[in-house]
Design a protein around this ligand. Sequence first.
Ligand code: AHR
Length: 508
Amino acid sequence: MNTAHLTVNPAATIGAINPRLFGSFIEHLGRAVYDGIYEPGHPLANADGFRTDVIELVKELGVTAIRYPGGNFVSGFKWEDSVGPRSERPRRLDLAWHSTETNEIGLHEFQNWLDAVDSELMLAVNLGTRGTPEALDLLEYANLAGGTTLSDRRAANGRSEPFDVRIWCLGNEMDGPWQLGHRSADDYGKLAAQTARAMKAFDPDLELVVCGSSSSSMPTFAEWERVVLTHAYDAVDYISCHAYYEDKGDLGAFLASGIDMDRFIRSVVATADHVKAVRGSDKTIEISFDEWNIWYNTRFENVDKIEGVDNWPVAPRLLEDQYSVADAVVFGSLLITLLKHADRVTSASLAQLVNVIAPIMTEPGGAAWRQTTFFPFAETARHATGVALDVAVTSGTYPTDAFGDVPLVDAVASHDELTGAIALFAVNRSIGETAELTVDIGGVVASGREYTVTARTLSDPDIHAANTLSDPERVGLQENTTVTREGGTLRIQLPAVSWSEVLLTPTA
Ligand code: AHR
């Protein structure tokens, strides 16, 4: 058995955990919207055609803000197509995903759905095939109370109160050659800066996200961030990061994906702070990690991609990855990494939410179920409140080609100063051995408060086990009964390839 040690000290604060860290993403892609959140013929659909079983699962997941409507989709999207009487909305080609967009769901309907799941809208504008004027039109339509043609049209279309969208994305992955309207860093930086300045002329309190690189492996990575921020620094608030991971046949490296995410965040912070220093600015740019997940993209590229000039399906099954226990452990470790950077990563979006690389799956006319990744997200979103704590883990390591020697155990904690609750999140990346984790809670005990201690773990002898339509509850969280407490010391066993949480709940 391996051993590991860490300390939960309420004074070891990393930063406040912004609730937006537990955001997600719904794109007009595959069956995310149509036959996902929206299926008017389903027995559980509400009067608006939204599946109430999916609404309940989204609420249980606890997502706080949802990025919409893309993604690659937004770079060819005309927002005007998706508002007004449905019978007049055009059907359009979606060139990003080789599909047909019916525009049956648009801004108004999506906001209605957000109201039902109690989540905030994070809205992306098209800076691919469109530009500043169309972004300003959407802003005026969405956020102005009334008195202009566009704002009055919104009221006529059924929403008299403004949507009051606070956080906006200035395009999507504009560094990617696959993106409609792909630009150089210089061209995009100028366009983003111009659009951001114009949007802030309307409302200086808007929060604006400029596109960073679509992954840290892009050939333009870091230089893209430097050039874009050199143009847009004063006008924007966040720069985006996107990262997807998959097991490409090296499980040890896959389990260490959090190391890659950690380096990515550090590099973007360093680049943003370099621009800050060059400009002599007192403003700090934050990170919106607005696409992160496990994605078996290789399968999509080689098997699922739709082609053919006469082949433009509506809501095809695309990116419907099935997640295993091992995937969920990596996923949980990515959440740990995000929390370890809570001081700079103040917005994040799990990409995506329903059916498309998603924690929630649905069958048309049938069931909705939780994938393995649902559990670490729901638990972390529910319990990681207050501030993030650095827990200074010491553990053995294992060698990887990709990242050198990687710690077997990774962890982070949170402390809710209002309630006193403490939550510890930990992964054991060992493929074969349990880790005996010792936790020094002397600093917690010193407060004089009494706590109950509970622990739950996601693991399985079959690390490839998954939840499916025919076996939707195959994998779930189990009470971890190995947890013990003696004074200021906790002990718990973390099985091989596992994600765990330990909750210290004040008794009064
Ligand atoms: O989330 C799927 C796709 O991944 C998004 O549309 C795009 O932004 C990214 O490449």
